[in-house]
Design a protein around this ligand. Structure first.
Ligand code: ATP
Length: 236
């Protein structure tokens, strides 16, 4: 079943039209990537879903039109967004960040269970449970941002360039954890990623954006087999 469906989504910053018609869909439990050059509109597409920018077209989540809802309303429907450049609260500890992530939940026992699960998934976070987020490395902060979003118990996790600014080995371990999170939780994911090698390591399908339009959608295997994708995103 389709969980999220965008049809002909448009968006502008002031008078500058940035999205001209983006269509994509994420199945229940599926993982979908968004590829595209700098400025193609990837981040804006995610912000359109989360209600941060105003949009035209249609955005349907779990059978209901969510276009025009405020970010907090979108979050309450079950969409958690990890923004580009991380999403942690720097002056709170690791544990406090995880607890804040669960602020809409009341199931204390399940919250405690999820924290234990995440500390097992991300041993670096376990080792720094009482440290402030600001004291951690970039990779650890990215892991914490993902873990914090997971604490909301979302049905869809939106990730904006989880590898941004990380050393290649760190980016790899962040993706390994995302992959395990996906396999173990069955949570649906929508991932923007410049590094297509990393994106293809977790997504089933991807949509390519060019100047604010979706121009190509296919399975990871189909896309990896196409010359223009190899040239533009996979280094030849
Ligand atoms: P990148 O990988 O560089 O983040 P992107 O594909 O995510 O690229 P967007 O960030 O969605 O692209 O930006 C699309 C276009 O909108 C770009 O031309 C960008 O300069 C412009 N833009 C982004 N944010 C704003 C803003 N707040 N105000 C005005 N223009 C913006």
């Amino acid at each position: 079943m389709t969980l999220l469906e965008l049809k002909d989504v448009t968006a502008a910053y002031g008078r500058v039209q940035v999205l001209e018609g983006v269509s994509l869909s994420v199945p229940e439990g599926g993982a979908v990537g968004i590829l595209g050059a700098n400025g193609a509109g990837k981040t804006t597409t995610l912000r359109a879903i989360s209600g941060v920018v105003r949009t035209g077209g249609s955005i349907v989540f779990d059978g209901q039109d969510i276009r025009g809802l405020r970010p907090d309303q979108v979050a309450a429907r079950g969409i958690a967004h990890v923004p580009e450049g991380r999403g942690t609260l720097p002056n709170l500890t690791v544990r406090e960040n995880l607890q804040v992530g669960a602020y809409l939940r009341k199931d204390r026992r399940a919250i405690a269970g999820d924290i234990d699960y995440l500390l097992d998934l991300f041993p670096n976070l376990a080792a720094r449970i009482s440290h402030n987020a600001s004291a951690m490395s970039g990779g650890e902060q990215q892991m914490l941002a993902i873990a914090r979003a997971f604490m909301a118990a979302p049905r869809l996790l939106i990730l904006d360039e989880p590898s941004l600014g990380l050393a290649p080995s760190t980016a790899k371990s962040v993706y390994a954890a995302i992959r395990r999170l996906r396999e173990e939780s069955g949570i649906a994911m929508l991932v923007v990623e410049q590094n297509a090698h990393l994106a293809f390591s977790i997504v089933d399908t991807a949509t390519v954006l060019e100047t604010g339009r979706s121009v190509l959608t296919g399975t990871s295997a189909e896309l990896k087999g196409r010359d223009e994708i190899r040239r533009a995103y996979l280094g030849g």
